[in-house]
Design a protein around this ligand. Sequence first.
Ligand SMILES: Nc1ncnc2c1ncn2[C@@H]1O[C@H](COP(=O)(O)OP(=O)(O)O)[C@@H](O)[C@H]1O
Ligand SMILES: [Mg+2]
Length: 140
Amino acid sequence: MSVYVSKSLEDTALLGKRIAGKIKEDSVIAYFGGMGMGKTTLTRSIVEALGGGDCVSSPTFAIVNEYQGKCSIYHFDMYRVTNWDDLYSTGFFDYLDNGIIIIEWSENIENALPDNTIKIYISHGNDENERIFKIEGLDV
Ligand SMILES: Nc1ncnc2c1ncn2[C@@H]1O[C@H](COP(=O)(O)OP(=O)(O)O)[C@@H](O)[C@H]1O
Ligand SMILES: [Mg+2]
């Protein structure tokens, strides 16, 4: 488990760059941590570093956003996905192995995550702009 302490948006962007440099074209990244923790912000920097542009937004209503950089990136928001039927209808299982998968609200689909998933647990630090990222399955 790696622990990364971010004290600013810039720190979080740097972490995104580092992650982007180490993942594979079919990696699965699952975030755990509530609203405002920086999941979408971190995703933006990962996608940017992979050449997928800077228009990353929260896929809350779409459930999945797709970005094309060096490889395909599928960005899921599982906030409203609470059972297996819902999950199947998002196409999640068809996207696995066909690109990088990044998942917000992984709490809701934890049992469906593949074994080699990179898990990122995010919590608040001491001050308002501090975030603690605990990363399992990838050395950053
Ligand atoms: N160190 C930090 N890293 C990431 N976001 C931060 C940090 N400090 C403050 N923030 C703020 O927290 C919010 C994170 O929003 P967002 O990335 O949409 O979170 P989530 O997707 O987890 O709900 C933004 O308003 C951002 O400016
Ligand atoms: Mg978000």
